[in-house]
Design a protein around this ligand. Structure first.
Ligand SMILES: Nc1ncnc2c1ncn2[C@@H]1O[C@H](COP(=O)(O)OP(=O)(O)OP(=O)(O)O)[C@@H](O)[C@H]1O
Length: 486
């Protein structure tokens, strides 16, 4: 067994799906252009020097500050609808930020709502979530933290200007230079498969194929033949390339044991063959849930998580929404040959939404919006992003009492993902709410005899058992499958 490989940057190399925040004091306050009438300016940034108590406000007006991209020139917002006098941003000792309105009548919005008070103080937590500021009805800015300066990267397919995106690209580069297995963790649609492709492309294996196998859609025999089929399985097809195990947490236990042996011995026996063959491909696994709950083969996990890269959810890097939306718009225009305009009010809704389906969901909403705009239809965000209407744009978890958490789980068959969607919180937040809940238990905390008794009472129905035991149903099912009870 090898010890976990240590990378330079520990923050995103977690075996937990929750990224660790580093101290705000070490962070620089940054402004990123989310939307601008000149599209090429989207993603440009102004990063204030790291001097939290210097007392100097950041003045934002038509002529200052200067925004720029990595290699490009720096320029002010420079639009006639942006006032000459300044909206001022003041960083406080507690790392909250105040917005001080200009004297002029320029419309200023904060997170989609118009500001009227001369000063609005935002808490440090609000700044952590990214403030979306609308100026003059033409420009959208994101106020957020940066813990590093932008740097050039060869990993161009993974877009984003946030610290998190810079970190992920750097980790991909480091991971690509090694031969160890990799585990990619992140919510659905956060870019795990894209990261796997980028690792493959940046590695010495890029001339051999990457073969992806979705472990959630295959039963035991199908998964086995998809991976180990003689001549046709992923290992045979990938050769010296990469086998990408998507949704690896759903691999049937027998297949998990086989994968563990592959990682242990470097060999596999093709289905139906007598002789073993060398497994030359590198393994990259991806999961959108924590695999440490005991139902996943822990020996396989220890080998797979030799390197871990965490893909943060989109709402934790709101400043990336502009460049990602623009990328989706350009892809749509390249496909259709037309380039309809999306109104700034609609872009403001995009930037203020919490995106439970992450970049994939953003991409489909932008595509639908482009089609609707092309057809001359009015853009209704709630209709274009199904589920958005019932979901507050930004939920404050502190306001969710224990009963609300319990009700959401009960109403959603104890499926964490669906309950999180119903409550309008991210999955990591949902895990924290559940952890703090006195009545909710992880399956590993429940005595096997109690589980057996619940199973007997409920006629072997895992869903009803989960509700009776107050434990998430997916983890319970995995536990029962591992014990061959299901
Ligand atoms: N940083 C990014 N830059 C550009 N496109 C991105 C980025 N992240 C994700 N995408 C795009 O979003 C979509 C979803 O990404 P991907 O399939 O990699 O997510 P995933 O985490 O593997 O999802 P799932 O868990 O559902 O399999 C893809 O079209 C991908 O190209």
């Amino acid at each position: 067994m090898h010890a976990p490989f240590s990378l330079l940057d520990a923050e995103n190399t977690l075996a937990s799906p929750v990224p660790l925040p580093s101290g705000r004091a070490a962070q620089m306050l940054a402004l990123t252009i989310l939307w601008h009438p000149e599209r090429e300016r989207i993603g440009e940034q102004f990063i204030a020097p790291r001097a939290p108590n210097s007392g100097a406000d950041i003045a934002v007006n038509r002529f200052a500050p200067l925004f720029g991209a990595l290699a490009g020139e720096r320029a002010p917002l420079d639009h006639r609808r942006i006032a000459r006098d300044s909206l001022r941003l003041r960083r406080h000792r507690d790392d909250g930020v105040s917005l001080l309105l200009p004297q002029s009548r320029m419309r200023v919005e904060l997170n989609g709502a118009m500001l009227a008070a001369p000063e609005t103080r935002c808490t440090p937590e609000q700044v952590d979530a990214g403030l979306v500021i609308g100026l003059g009805g033409v420009v959208l800015l994101c106020v957020h933290w940066m813990d590093r300066l932008p740097q050039p990267s060869a990993i161009a397919s993974v877009r984003g200007v946030s610290s998190a995106a810079i970190r992920v690209r750097e980790l991909i580069r480091q991971v690509a230079a090694t031969e160890l297995p990799v585990l990619l963790l992140g919510e659905a649609g956060s870019g795990k498969e894209l990261a796997a492709q980028a690792i493959h492309q940046a590695s010495a294996r890029c001339r051999s194929p990457m073969v992806a196998v979705n472990m959630a859609s295959a039963g035991e025999s199908r998964a086995e033949s998809d991976l180990f089929g003689a001549g046709t399985g992923a290992f045979a097809q990938a050769g010296d390339g990469v086998v990408f195990l998507d949704k690896v947490g759903f691999a049937p236990p027998v297949v998990q044991a086989m994968l563990r042996r592959v990682l242990q011995t470097g060999e596999y026996r093709p289905s139906g063959a007598r002789l073993k063959e060398a497994a030359r491909a590198r393994l990259i696994g991806a999961s959108d849930h924590d695999l440490h709950d005991g139902s996943f083969n822990q020996a396989l996990l220890r080998r797979l998580e030799a390197l871990v890269v965490h893909l943060p959810p989109l709402r934790a890097r709101r400043c990336d929404i502009g460049v990602l939306a623009l990328h989706c718009m350009q892809a749509w225009s390249a496909r259709t040959g037309s380039a309809p305009e999306l109104p700034v009010a609609f872009m403001s809704q995009l930037c203020n939404y919490d995106w439970p389906g992450n970049v994939r969901q953003l991409g489909s909403v932008v595509q639908r919006a482009m089609s609707a705009a092309q057809a001359g239809q009015a853009l209704d965000f709630d209709a274009l992003a199904p589920g958005a209407a019932s979901r507050p744009a930004r939920t404050r978890p502190a306001k969710l009492g224990p009963q609300a958490v319990l009700d959401a789980l009960e109403a959603n068959g104890w499926l964490i993902r669906n309950a999180a969607l119903a409550l309008g919180v991210s999955r990591p937040t949902m895990y924290k709410l559940m952890e703090a809940h006195p009545a909710i238990r992880q399956v590993g905390q429940i005595a096997p005899a109690e589980i057996d008794a619940a199973l007997a009472t409920h006629g072997g129905d895992a869903g009803r058992c989960a509700a009776a035991l107050k434990t998430p149903s997916e983890a319970l099912r995995r536990y029962l499958r591992a014990r061959k009870v299901l």
